[in-house]
Design a protein. Structure first.
Lengths: 86, 416
């Protein structure tokens, strides 16, 4: 799998660190335990399009939001977190 | 037909014309008492124990492809009960005991080979951790021995003992661990369940789960609607997708794990060895191929194939541990999609939907669990209540905080 970093260009995925699903709604500090449980532990885990966080640790070190198909690894979009829609 | 030496001899003399199919190929009935979704090792074992131990024989196992086409037929066949935590170790030791009697129970040669599982270590800290784990195993009634470097050298002489980075200072050995033939486990459980009346229905994908008034009523399939008193999910890597049909969102991510075999060579590794520091493990098949693997690829995947960086890493680790394999050719590699849970341990439990049961979260270690998983899942389905052996493997442990986190890695499935 090759990841098109918006800053460095296309690089092998071994240069990146994977962090999991992107943009899970983070509860407020006062939110009930049930909401925190859902945030920390539950995942949609789709077979298909998945928005996910990767860090280019061996490159620009920026965090990216990838939109990737989990069945084919085709990457539809790779944007810097600062530019990503919430 | 019961298999025996006498039967083999008789068929040899009659040109092997008397063998019958090992299980029937029935059309689905309109209704079953229990439907098990997923014809991997766990689903088939569940059906066997439901019929054998709980007298529930109006059972169907629905498999979207052929039985054993998932991880049951893709794993590296290691069996062991060398876990640290109480919620896990009692369960895996029960599984080991079932392996030890499995061939007699199933009347099938599952090729259980107790060739030992050896976890290598390289530092004082690692040895202390291995000793602690070994003590935990022994306190739970399993076997475990701490070996020093000389004892490891006597067992497996060709390792790179004086490796500059990871010198081998000893190992934790479980002699009762080893391997079993994965396909034979699938076929053995299928045949045994079929003989007790269970319908094994292949090419039958579950596409929906009908829930009315909070209770499961049946499943939609590619071969029509089938009503059920109870439904058990044993879908491994596809668990999240199938559970979503009943409105459940689970603490699971699907990840791919690869495995590799080399060309066949003379006996070199007669035990199962793990080289944790190199993220590598290896054994040798009866045909002579080295069978080995490493870490999961590390990102969500439903593709039953992996990426090249892991292939390279695993090959490097192999040569680091066994320099004599440097000229050996890799024959094949493949991948399987695994249900990685948020604490690295499995779930065998009821669900918030009445009559719907969950068997999932096996990560990269569910083959060894196959007998106990089926045994406990059958109990849980039959009695609508967990057995003491799977009492800790609850779905709500992520909410209550009673996690079973062997590695202490937290809710990060690609680190388990
Ligand atoms: C490369 C690799 C190496 C491994 N090595 C080891 C090892 O050495 N030791 C060990 O203990 N474990 C190992 N494992 C893990 C082990 O293989 C799995 O944890 C275990 O096989 C999972 O249980 P199962 O056999 O029931 O799964 P599977 O065989 O995957 O069974 C699930 C079945 O459900 C079916 N299914 C899915 N969705 C549907 C649907 N909608 N309708 C109908 N059917 C459906 C699938 O087709 C599949 O056949 C390894 C895994 C891999 C991938
Ligand atoms: Zn970059």
């Amino acid at each position: 799998m090759r990841i098109p970093c918006p800053h460095c260009g296309e690089r092998g995925n071994e240069e990146f660190l994977y962090r999991g699903a992107a943009c899970l709604p983070r509860p407020s500090a006062e939110a009930p335990d049930a909401q925190w449980h859902d945030y920390v532990y539950l995942r949609d885990n789709p077979a298909g399009s998945h928005r996910e966080l990767w860090q280019h640790v061996h490159g620009c070190r920026r965090w990216l939001v990838l939109t990737r198909d989990t069945r084919t690894h085709a990457i539809a979009a790779a944007v810097d977190v600062a530019a990503a829609a919430p | 037909m019961t298999y025996s030496l006498w039967r083999v001899a008789r068929e040899a003399l009659r040109g092997n014309t008397g063998w019958e199919p090992a299980w029937r190929d029935p059309a689905p009935k309109p209704r079953y008492d229990v439907i098990v979704v997923g014809g991997g090792g766990h689903g088939l074992a569940t059906a066997h124990y439901l019929a054998k131990l709980h007298g529930i024989t109006n059972v169907a196992v629905l498999e979207k492809s052929w039985i054993g086409s998932g991880n049951a037929g893709r794993n590296t066949t290691i069996i062991r009960s060398n876990y640290l935590l109480p919620g896990n170790e009692v369960f895996y030791e029960h599984s080991m005991k079932l392996w030890e009697g499995l061939e007699q129970d199933l009347n099938f040669n599952t090729m259980v080979s107790q060739r030992g599982v050896l976890n290598l270590f390289h530092s004082d800290g690692e040895r202390d951790a291995a000793a602690r784990r070994g003590n935990s195993m022994r306190l739970h009634g399993a076997d475990g021995e701490l070996l020093d470097a000389a004892q490891v050298r006597a067992m497996v002489p060709l390792l790179d003992f004086d490796n500059a980075r990871f010198p081998i200072t000893g190992g934790l050995l479980q002699r009762r661990g080893g391997t079993a033939r994965h396909d034979a486990v699938v076929w053995g459980y299928a045949r045994a369940a079929d003989r007790r009346g269970v319908d094994i229905i292949q090419n039958c994908e579950v596409t929906g789960i009908r829930v009315e008034g909070g209770r499961v009523r049946g499943v939609e399939t590619t071969r029509g609607y089938i009503a059920a008193g109870k439904v058990g999910l044993a879908c491994a890597g596809n668990t999240s997708r199938v559970a979503a049909m009943a409105g459940l969102r689970l603490p699971i991510e699907s990840h791919v794990l690869q495995a590799f075999v080399s060309e066949a060579i003379k006996p070199l590794v007669h035990t199962v060895m793990t080289f944790g520091a190199g993220h590598f493990y290896i054994s040798q098949s009866d045909k002579g191929s080295l069978v080995f693997g490493g870490d999961i690829d590390g990102y969500n995947s439903y593709a039953q194939r992996g990426s090249l960086p892991i292939v390279e890493h695993v090959a490097e680790a192999c040569v680091a541990l066994l320099p004599c394999t440097g000229r050996l050719r890799m024959l094949r590699s493949w991948g399987g999609v695994m249900d990685m849970s948020m604490d690295g341990s499995p779930i065998i439990d009821r669900t918030p939907v009445d009559g719907l049961y969950l068997n999932a979260g096996w990560c990269y270690g569910g083959f060894k669990a196959t007998p106990a998983s089926g045994w406990c899942f059958a109990h849980t389905i039959a009695h609508d209540q967990a057995h003491a052996l799977n009492a800790a493997m609850r779905l709500d442990r992520f909410a209550t905080g009673a996690l079973i986190d062997e590695n202490g890695a937290g809710a990060q499935p690609n680190l388990h």
